[in-house]
Design a protein around this ligand. Sequence first.
Ligand code: DGJ
Length: 743
Amino acid sequence: MPILFHPQNRTFHLYNDRLSYIFKVLPSGHLGQLYCGRALHDRPDFDRLFETAPRAMAACSFEADTAYSLEHIRQEYPVCGPGDVRLPALDACMPDGSRLLDLQYQGHTVAPGKPPIQGLPATYTEQDDEADTLTVTLADPLAGVTVRLFYTIFARLPALARHAEICCTAPIELDRAMSLCLDLPDSDYEMVELTGAWARERHLTTRPLAEGVQAVYSLRGHSSHQFNPFLALKRPDCGEMQGEVLGFSLVYSGNFLAQADVDPYHVTRVTMGIHPQNFRWKLDPGQTFATPEAVLVYSDRGLNGMSQTYHTLYRSRLARGRWRDAVRPVLVNNWEATYFDFNEEKLLSLAAGAKALGVELFVLDDGWFRNRSSDETGLGDWQVDTAKLPGGLKGFGEKLGALGLQFGLWIEPEMVSPGTRLWQDHPDWVLHQPGRRPLPSRHQYVLDLSNPAVGDYLYDRLTALLDGVPVSYIKWDMNRSISDAFSCAAGPDRQGQVLHRYILGVYRLYERLTARFPGILFESCASGGARFDPGMLYYAPQAWTSDDTDAVERLKIQYGTSLVYPVSSMGAHVAAVPNHQLGRVTSLTTRANVAFFGAFGYEMDLTRLPPRGRELVARQVAFFKQYRPLLQFGTFWRLQSPFTHNEAAWMTVSPGRDTALVGDYLILQQANAGYRRVRLAGLDPDRLYRVTPLGSGAEPCGPAYTAGGDELMQAGLVTTGDSRMQQDGDFVSRLYLLQAVTE
Ligand code: DGJ
């Protein structure tokens, strides 16, 4: 049992063989944080780790102990009231206007497994021995507030999931209810975050921690292109392969806050949860408010170690459904091939061309419904445009079926365009404040998913649309931020709930549709990657990574995304050149060599390729099919960062360490360049590997040779002298196939 409680000093020790998390009930009844990091042997006493010091002006818990101030004690779930004047985990307003809370330990339970969080996505267990959950109850009888803190430690991963549930005996208003708070004893860390914008999402950014608050957040109603609901604190000497790092990831798709607050004594307080801005939750007696889940990961094996834990957990115990463990179909998407300008004949010609090259699924993107010849109209009614698809979706799906292709369909259920029937019939279903003009973005408005009637309409409409249609994939898009978050269906005391209820409404709709259509593979999307977050992965095991399909840009985007998210979750397509976002020209080989490390597909008119190009694509598709379990579900290692180098490299290794694929990329060519080796990772040092360089259609090229796993990891894979690195211009790449051999 990896959760122990030592009653004599009321200390909790949650541990497995890689992680220890220790806290205790303090003499004042509050919870004090003692340790979070590499696994420690359990001992009856960790009280030495509880530190106090007398400090000027601090409010003390006991008259006789001038050092005992919660302002300076590391805690588990701090509140305003009993002396702590730092940013709290919980802030509530009581009926008398007080914000003073004093939450003290009441008791705890330990249970095998992990309970779900009602209405919210969360990691889960399939067998009770996969994890244990500690629930600690804190209460303030005067305020009538009870908080239950949930801690799940996974048996085989250095990961801890946390969330809080709050209830009350008199009505209160929650203004801040964080999922996780962790006080660390020092600030010798760098904060790693994923930052960006549309078409350059999840770039890896690192900054040293400094005194004061440093934060990433979203106030856009979705998790956003700009920041991801994630931060990591790494020791300055931590790199990809070695060193210590703590990751924090929020399983949530709406407004979030993730911050590190360093005090003048270098104590670092990490908090993570729903952003308090625009959040006010009126809680009545008998009701419970559950925060989203935050997942803490510890690694002493560098950033790769942290990422691999997230990959394993999120791929296998956050994603759900039939597609969780299934290899994903090779798809072609018509968006960049046609945009809105298509008819059935054109689509079928694209589809037939793709099928001939081995593609398995055709995705019909935006523009298939009435009044949708541009992005200015049409969203909301979801009636098929029979001028474009005379046989409707069913007829089109059947024609694809006759070609031997599965049918994928784009939808954007959360939006409405002006002029549609829905817009006219239900102006009150649009998020906006009556008396003010709703604010357009991409010419569209956001439906009020906080109102269950809207969710019901969408469920009925989409069910009617999909019933009887041979659809096997849905791309669920969301193309604007939420600016005017006011619900016509909510009273004044519920407006502060709208943004959270909106996300709960999205989750509910996803839950109902995925339950109704369990065979459909859902891919989430938000103007590219604005909702690439763990919350979405619970419903849709893959997401469209970015609208930027340029292979060189994708190196950074996929490298950054892989910090938290598994390769199997990253939609990655080969697109036409010149690239539509940048105008850059890269080879078909490099475009595929980047996209192979993702949920692979094409986003171009393959019929327009010359015969040699089509031949290459056919070989790429065949190669991907052969190696897709390895590419999608192998252990992914980042080897060289495009954020700091002119080269990038990564690899994936099969579970038995007998096969691996390395992707090596050179961004700009250099004349008379130096030698180059890539140190590999994750191989068996005691085995020999046959190393085969792969050429433009991913077919073997150049002489294969045999080298030890130890040599490849320690001395490196020598890529010097590889002609393509010297003569083939910019943006070149090569894959290497490694297969264990017996001597
Ligand atoms: C944004 C998505 O990211 C694109 O892939 C495409 O589906 C468009 N929306 C369609 O409007």
